[in-house]
Design a protein around this ligand. Structure first.
Ligand code: NDP
Length: 305
């Protein structure tokens, strides 16, 4: 089967809607699994409410420098909702009508919902990681000791989820010290209001004080490309950490391979993708959405890609 078509801003100018439209915007975007998982969930909704049968979800290649120009056109063309992925999540915060307070805490939005005046922005990645960790390990972030790797947009959403859920401690490690310091500064108010210990460290030399039996969350891109090194050496951590890698393609990263070799519980990021998508669709439709159907659709689409 051919992958679903990728549209551009030029296509949008002449867009003729045949029904309610949703889309994911990113650059690059060709390999996004979002249309497959949203169409699977919409088909389930349509079984009970046939109106959802005419909803369609598209993917648009939108480079960062054209986002400001693109968003008003998506609004004018009647799009009900948009997902944003790399490189738009932080940039969009300053371009939309309203930002949900929980999303403002993360400084990033990945889901936009139409209002008459413009789009309002939400961050469903925080929900996605919270639910994914519960699914994978039967573990609540509440009271957990978390070692989070990365200081980009995904790490920011995960950090806010950990603090909001009142984790016991949050240790953030990142390759670049400057980006780590910026993230720690940004998170100080959330740490102060939610409680919990917030510390930074250099992943190349994990300090002795890192918690035992921690939940390790990889929110770096290390492992996406063949030949990438692991973002941390798991054998240097104490106890038996559980390892959640947000990367889902490839299904097994060097980090997950090492976790398996050490006999540690681990999971890749496919369930986070499904849960953040399910919450987005709930925001657009006002209905409960079956995340497991979205997860199955992602797995099928990935197997075909
Ligand atoms: P960003 O570009 O915002 O951040 C990238 C982060 O990865 C930075 O902290 C960067 O460190 C670090 N990094 C990049 N390359 C390496 C490397 N070779 N070694 C160590 N660290 C590295 O990306 P996002 O935060 O948006 O996404 C991060 C990852 O999370 C991606 O793989 C993405 O696919 C995944 N993701 C998965 C989701 C899901 O639903 N499963 C949802 C969102 C993201 P530095 O500061 O030093 O540059």
């Amino acid at each position: 089967m051919n992958p679903p078509e990728v549209f551009t801003l030029a296509d949008l100018e002449s867009w003729q809607a045949t029904g309610p439209c949703l889309a994911v915007l990113g650059h690059p975007i060709a390999h996004s699994l979002s249309p497959a998982m949203h169409h699977a969930a919409l088909a389930l909704l349509a079984a009970d409410e046939p109106g959802f049968g005419s909803w369609r979800y598209f993917k648009f290649d939108v480079p960062a420098e054209t986002l400001a120009q693109a968003l008003p056109v998506f609004h004018a063309k009647g799009f009900l909702g948009l997902n944003l992925t790399i490189p738009h999540k932080v940039l969009a915060v300053g371009l939309i009508e309203r930002v949900d307070p929980a999303a403002a805490e993360t400084g990033a939005v990945n889901t936009l919902r139409r209002t008459p005046a413009g789009f309002e922005g939400f961050n469903t990645d925080s929900h996605g990681i919270t639910r994914a960790v519960a699914d994978a390990f039967g573990l609540s972030l509440r009271g957990a000791d978390v070692i989070l790797l990365g200081a980009g947009g995904a790490a920011r959403a995960a950090a806010v989820a950990c603090l909001r859920e009142r984790c016991a401690s949050l240790w953030i490690g990142n390759r670049s010290a400057g980006n780590l310091d910026n993230l720690l500064q940004t998170l100080r108010p959330a740490a102060a209001s939610h409680g919990g210990e917030l510390r930074g460290f250099a992943p190349a030399s994990p300090p002795d004080g890192l918690p035992r039996d921690a939940l390790v969350i990889n929110a770096t891109s290390a492992g996406l490309k063949p030949g990438d090194a692991s973002p941390i050496d798991l054998s240097r951590l104490r106890g038996r950490p559980r390892v959640y890698d947000m990367i889902y393609n490839p299904r097994e990263t060097p980090l997950l391979r090492q976790a398996a070799a050490l006999g540690l519980e681990s999971a890749n990021g496919l369930s986070m993708l499904a849960h953040q998508g399910a919450r987005a669709l709930e925001l657009w439709t006002g209905r409960n959405v079956d995340a497991s159907a979205m997860l199955d659709a992602c797995a099928r689409a990935l197997a075909k890609s």
